[in-house]
Every structure is written in structure tokens, then in C-alpha cells.
Design a protein around this ligand. Structure first.
Ligand code: ZN
Length: 625
């Protein structure tokens, strides 16, 4: 097939959306969030018209959030009314937003909810916003980091976590939801949570009580650059956090929220949108109105561009025809977002419901922070649930599961009903002396080993590209068995260990001291871990790390590479899968039948292997039949 020139393709995309009305996309809606500073500036009608033209020429928007407060700036009545009227006249839905910061530039200084003056102000802002809008959202900062003398006194003997959870749960009702609904009984109040879920309880976000109190929740899916940004969030979180929050508030997670900050190359911006949508978020919110107007810089072009990657920087930079017949010569961030949406909207409707290996995070738990996202990065489709998962052949428990006082009993019940459990070395350490020995006698020692030689299965050795520091786990010979071993010198230790109990197996996965060293495990080791971890699914990934598999319950799946160079991976599918169809270019892969290579794998279901090549930072979408 002849390739359609990108310029024509873009012109077509713009023209084709111009003829439509909201909602512009088949599978999701698109919102933009506006900070109080830019809402204030909307008092200038000419500037408003110009900025809106610039954005709306490049991307189709269904809804806009107008913020009433941030950093003690409150936008006046007239400006809010005029801006609302302006956007409604364009057919755009309008909602309010509140950021409860005193001064964002001072370590994101929040309100002090122990301080009567701050409490009064917080309530007034909620009432003011409810007066203007039938819906508003709280952006990220409805927590408190305050440790002033008032807070220290009020906390008393409680932990900061307990004090802040109690304080902020009550504040949600007493200062926000209650007063807002008293002013406007119709108002829908939504709380948007940021991306650092592992630490929420310490700052007062209550994922147990609050999702039931608010009319909806919303999810921060901005992961930025894992290395160069302070939070070091793994890319996979942009997908997994949507799944987790859906499990916290089924049917009431409004969508995902992305900004263009914290990444040097623009593919990262598009990836965050794609991942959010792969998780089936019903809406995307782009933060924010200002950044959408920022011109794209040539320095944001990734080194791998020009090789037909999923995000085509050069096509995006070409002048484009707009819906009103004008030409946009200098694209801004809005165009990058628009292109990302068009691309995935074409196939999202073909995907079923996302499924993954269920991992348990009890409410307010922490331990092995964000580890599930690293496991997603090594090609295990993941899911996180606030409830102990009782179904499925396999579940994964990380250290945070230790917050459930009945955990040992729940693990035993699963094993006795014939269902497997995988725990991490961090959870083993936490449960040591607390009942785990009633299932298997293992010792998480305080010795470490620096390893680069591995044996996965029978006799076959492989090497990691660099040495990995692991904890040494000791076990009783013939009481439990090494599935994967690491060696150094004349001795070795378990990487994946198996202990039989009643009708099933407890597996122990050794997590390197540096979680990102999971990415350094050799392919054979990763493949073996995936085989055990993904036994509920009829296909699995084989290949290096930093390639993720997104699996759906209708046999469709996505393979996405976060590597800076091309990579070839394999999909191994169990019968009756016979072919894979690429849902974007309709290519059909016939695959090859394989003998099962693993000595200890007693499964006899015939399998087929399909080789898939991925460009850097690119994904492919398939249906297995
Ligand atoms: Zn305080």
C-alpha cells in the first residue's frame, strides 16, 4: 500500500473532526483544565478569543474546567460568568475547579486544616465555586503537609497519618461537600487524586472513606520521566493507576489527567495519554490551558524519530490546515495531544476490559513503594485491588499486604482451595515470625549477594548485563524448591522459589535491592517469572524488560516498548489461538508451533509463538484468534 503523506493525513484529520460536534472521539471525551491565573486573564475578551482559537484549531475539546482558586487568588464573579458564557456559546461543557494551595511555589504549601482561619477560607471557596458551577473538581492538593504548632498540638499522641486521615476525612464533608451542596443541591463534587497513591494516607488522602463521600474521583496519570523527575515514577503507572482507582470506586472514576511537564522528549507526553486510555479511562483531562499554547521545540524530538515510531514528531511539526481554513505553522502542545488521541481512538473500541495479575493493596498500606509498576514494566499485565483477591489461579502480594492483620489466614485459604499465591521477598521479610512459617519455613537473612549469573529451569545459564544486589533467602532442602536461581562463585540463592502447601503453591519472588534492577534480569529469568505470574491468561510475553503487555478479556492485547531502540519480542499463546491480527495495519501473523522448553512446566497445552518487532517508544495492537 502506498503511504499517505503525513501532511495530507493531518489535514484530513483536522477536516474530519471539524464537521463533528461533541463528543469528538468515539471512545472518550477530552477536557482541559484552566488554572485560576489563566481564568483571571480571561477577563480580557480579545486575549480569550485568541488563546481559544489557537488551542481549538489544533485539538477538539468537549469540556473545560475553570478554576476559582489557587495560591489565594480568587477569580471574580464577572470573569467567571463571562468565561462560562463564552465557552458555552462554543458548545463546550463548563465545570469549576479548586486548588487548595496557599503558595504552590513554596513546596506546594497547602492549607492548614487545624487553623480556623484556613478552614473558614476553604469552606468559602467551596461555596463560591458551587454557586457558579453544577460540577467542580479538587485538583491534587486537598491534603495537608502542615506541621505548624497548631497541627502539632492538635495531633497529640496520634501518628501524623492517623491525625491527617481523621482531619481531612472530616474536612471533606464539613468544609467542602456539605457547604457546597447547601449552596447548590445539584452540585457534583469530584476529588482528583495525584499519582503518589502509595503515600496518600500520610498526608490525609483517604482512599477508603473519601471515594464513597465524593460524587466521583479522578486520577492523576502523569508519570513524566522516571529518571530525571523527582518522583521516579515508572511509565506503566499511567495505566495501572487508572485500573487501581477503578477498583476503588467502580464506575465513578471520571478519567485520567496528564500534563506535558517533566519529560525531555515529546513521545513521553503521548505515551501518558495512550497508557491512560489503554486502561479504558472514559475521559482525559489535559493540564492545562496555558501549557497547551506552548510552542513545541525542536529539542523535544526524540533521538529515535524518523523511523516511523508510534509518535511521529516530524508529521506533527508540519504546517496543518485547520477547521476554519487557516494554516497553523507553528504547532503547540495542543497538537501533540490531538494527534495522540486520534491515533488510539481508531482501535480503543475493539479492546475488551483490561485484565491483569491481581495485587492487593489494603487501604492506607505502604511497603515496596510502587513495586507493581516495575512488574508492569517487565511485561506482566498488572491490576491492583483494595480487597484481597480470592479468584484467579495466581495473585501477587507485595510488602504493603502486611497491613492486613488476617493476611496469613487469607493466604492459607487460597492455597487450600487450590489457588496459587506469589509473595515478594519484601513481604516474606515482613511476615517472618508472624505466621508465614506455618506455611513454609524460609529465612530472609540480612546477607546480600551481588549476582550476574542465573539459571532459569534446568541447566540453562544466562547472564545479566550488570551485577544485581539481591537479598539472600535460605530454605530447607526438599521442603521447598528453587525455580530460578542466581549464582556467584561456587554458591547460589533463589530468585523465584516454590513451596507446596495443601493443594497449591506459594511462590516467593526475590526483588533486587534496587527495584529497577528487575529490568536487568536476563530474558530467560523474566520469561520464567512471566510464565508463573501470568498463568491466568492464555498468552504471555517473552523478551527483554521495559516492554509492557496490556491484555484484554476479549483476546485483544497491546505490546508497548519503552526502549530507545527497536526490539523483537515473542508472544506465546496457548491453543486455541491460531493467528494474530494487527488491528492497526491488518497484518496477519501465523506464528510457529513450539515444543514447551521448560523442564518443570508440567502443562501440556500446545502453544504457538509469534515474533513481533517494535520500534522505539512504540506500540502494536493485536487480536488473538
Ligand atoms: Zn497547621
Amino acid at each position: 500500500m502506498k503511504k499517505v503523506p503525513a501532511i495530507l493525513l493531518i489535514a484530513f484529520l483536522f477536516l474530519s473532526v471539524s464537521a463533528q460536534h461533541p463528543p469528538y472521539y468515539k471512545n472518550f471525551t477530552v477536557s482541559v483544565y484552566t488554572r485560576a491565573y489563566e481564568v483571571r486573564d480571561m477577563a480580557d475578551a480579545k486575549k480569550l478569543e485568541e488563546s481559544w482559537n489557537l488551542i481549538s484549531q489544533q485539538i477538539k475539546i468537549d469540556k473545560i474546567y475553570l478554576e476559582t482558586h489557587r495560591d489565594t487568588l480568587i477569580v471574580d464573579d464577572k470573569t467567571l460568568q463571562d468565561a462560562t458564557k463564552f465557552f458555552k456559546s462554543k458548545g463546550i461543557k463548563v465545570a469549576g475547579g479548586i486548588t487548595y494551595t496557599i503558595d504552590e511555589s513554596n513546596n506546594f504549601e497547602t492549607f492548614c486544616f487545624s487553623n480556623p482561619k484556613h478552614r473558614k477560607k476553604a469552606q468559602e471557596i467551596a461555596e463560591y465555586t458551587a454557586k457558579h458551577f453544577d460540577e467542580f473538581i479538587l485538583d491534587d492538593f486537598f491534603f495537608t503537609s502542615c506541621k505548624c504548632d497548631l497541627c502539632i498540638k492538635a495531633k497529640g499522641d496520634m501518628s501524623w497519618t492517623d491525625y491527617r486521615l481523621k482531619l481531612m476525612t472530616a474536612a471533606a464533608q464539613d468544609l467542602i461537600i456539605g457547604p457546597a451542596k447547601a449552596v447548590n443541591p445539584k452540585v457534583k463534587v469530584v476529588i482528583k487524586y495525584p499519582n503518589w497513591y502509595e503515600h496518600f494516607q500520610g498526608l490525609g488522602f483517604n482512599l477508603d472513606a473519601q471515594p464513597k463521600m465524593f460524587d466521583g474521583i479522578y486520577t492523576g496519570t502523569e508519570t513524566r520521566d522516571p529518571v530525571f523527575s523527582d518522583q521516579h515514577l515508572q511509565q506503566y503507572e499511567s495505566y495501572l493507576i487508572i485500573r487501581y482507582f477503578n477498583n476503588l470506586a467502580p464506575g465513578r472514576n471520571g478519567g485520567g489527567w496528564v500534563d506535558p511537564y517533566g519529560a525531555s522528549y515529546l513521545d513521553r507526553y503521548a505515551e501518558q495519554f495512550w497508557l491512560t486510555l489503554f486502561a479504558k479511562a472514559p475521559e482525559i483531562t489535559m493540564f492545562d490551558y496555558r501549557s497547551l499554547q506552548t510552542p513545541i521545540q525542536p529539542s523535544q524530538r526524540g533521538a529515535w524519530q524518523g523511523s516511523q515510531t508510534s509518535f511521529d514528531f516530524d508529521a506533527m511539526m508540519k504546517p496543518a490546515q485547520t477547521s476554519d481554513g487557516k494554516t497553523v505553522n507553528r504547532p503547540t502542545i495542543a497538537r501533540a495531544a490531538g494527534m495522540s488521541f486520534e491515533q488510539v481512538d481508531a482501535f480503543l473500541g475493539l479492546l475488551g476490559n483490561p485484565v491483569g495479575l491481581k495485587s492487593y493493596r489494603p487501604y492506607h498500606a505502604t511497603g515496596e513503594d510502587f513495586l507493581q509498576n516495575y512488574l508492569g514494566m517487565i511485561g506482566i499485565p498488572m491490576d491492583i485491588s483494595p480487597l484481597f483477591p480470592t479468584d484467579g489461579k495466581m495473585i501477587l502480594l507485595t510488602e504493603s499486604a502486611k497491613f492486613d492483620p488476617d493476611l496469613i489466614q487469607k493466604i492459607k485459604e487460597r492455597l487450600q482451595s487450590g489457588k496459587n499465591v506469589m509473595i515478594t521477598s519484601g513481604l516474606l521479610r515482613a511476615l517472618q515470625g508472624k505466621g508465614i512459617e506455618d506455611i513454609v519455613e524460609l529465612r530472609y537473612t540480612d546477607r546480600k549477594a551481588l549476582v550476574s549469573d542465573f539459571r532459569a529451569g534446568w541447566g540453562r545459564m544466562s547472564k545479566s548485563s550488570q551485577p544485581i544486589l539481591i537479598p539472600q533467602i535460605n530454605y530447607l532442602t526438599n521442603d521447598s524448591w528453587e525455580e530460578i536461581s542466581a549464582t556467584n562463585g561456587a554458591t547460589g540463592w533463589p530468585i523465584l522459589h516454590r513451596a507446596q502447601y495443601s493443594k497449591a503453591n506459594l511462590y516467593i519472588l526475590t526483588i533486587p535491592e534496587n527495584f529497577s534492577d528487575l529490568y536487568q534480569y536476563p530474558t530467560d529469568v523474566l520469561n520464567r517469572i512471566r510464565t508463573i505470574a501470568t498463568q491466568d491468561f492464555n498468552l504471555k510475553l517473552e523478551g527483554p524488560s521495559q516492554v509492557s503487555l496490556f491484555y484484554y478479556d476479549n483476546g485483544t492485547f497491546i505490546v508497548e516498548s519503552f526502549l530507545p531502540e527497536p526490539v523483537t519480542v515473542k508472544i506465546v499463546a496457548k491453543e486455541p489461538v491460531a493467528i494474530l491480527t494487527d488491528l492497526q495495519n491488518k497484518e496477519v501473523l501465523n506464528g510457529t508451533a513450539v515444543q514447551n522448553p521448560y523442564f518443570r512446566n508440567r502443562q501440556s497445552t500446545p502453544e504457538k509463538t509469534f515474533e513481533i518487532t517494535l520500534k522505539p517508544h512504540s506500540f502494536r495492537v493485536f487480536e488473538a484468534r
